[in-house]
Design a protein around this ligand. Sequence first.
Ligand code: MN
Ligand code: MN
Length: 347
Amino acid sequence: MTVPEPDPQPGPAPSAPPGTPEPPAATRPAPVGPVEGTRVPRFAGESTFARLPRVDQVGDFDVAVLGAPFDAGTSFRPGARFGPIAVRTSSRHLRPAYSPELDVAPFRTIQVVDAGDAPVNPFVLDDAMRTVRDHAAELITGGRRLVTIGGDHTVALPLLRAVAREHGPVALVHFDAHLDTWDTYFGAPLTHGTVFRRAFEEGLLAADHSVHVGIRGPLYDAQDLVDDARFGFSIIRAADLDRLTVEGAIAQVRARVADVPVYLSIDIDVLDPAFAPGTGTPEIGGFSSRELLRLLRGLDGLPIVAADVVEVAPAYDHAEITSLAAATLVLDILGLMARTTASTRTA
Ligand code: MN
Ligand code: MN
């Protein structure tokens, strides 16, 4: 049996001894790209995200893709622990060479790797949170960036802990049907519906720079919105898009963020269930995948230091609708990062 190699391009130079200065960007080795789709068909070959090299197959990288297969923080339908494997499978569909919308060839511009999954404890939540934080912290040193595939939304908290330690408090751009700023659920302080209140309490969010986009559906109480505003969020509700238009919504998000480092968190349930049925807590009246892609591409140029795409639960999916949406969002996030790498990666 022939095992396809990641890429026919020349690989990176062997690691330099410690203390050796990094070569300037111009002399860095060309990125090792995905398995070549014209040589090995896209349904074959590596099972990494977009068939990219694994982190141990290259000398250095700019952006890592990490799986966080954890769903013990779920309040309704479980199953997001199978999100990373499903999104990687659907990422085979992607033709990753060039994005006309973003005018970028991400995998020729920056070195992207698949860092595998954080081996989370499925029973002990605190332990799982530590594992995700430690994996993320190790990957993001030196200005390297991270895109995590969930997992339920609980994983955003340890990711924010790692990112804030590296960059200070961040502007959270949060696409979701739900606020995820509730206090407790059945007495539990940490669930996928409470993560961003905890993040606020821990000082991980820059004051008054964060925004929820796509919020809809009934709440437990009107007080939920009062609390949320106190945590420094503004809200663009799903129905606001009709009045604002996509461009107006983008302008509001960009004004909100200003020049603060951005953590981008996309709960796939921000999409309407017609576009993302495979998720734990679906809400009707959401964005189409075309609207979400336009909103996401409108973030071009913002300093996105890390991102996640969470809540894909493939057991409720059909024909990979949801996991393909998530894989495409990850690819576009990598495109956004490729377009801004020169400004954030100095070594
Ligand atoms: Mn949600
Ligand atoms: Mn959420």
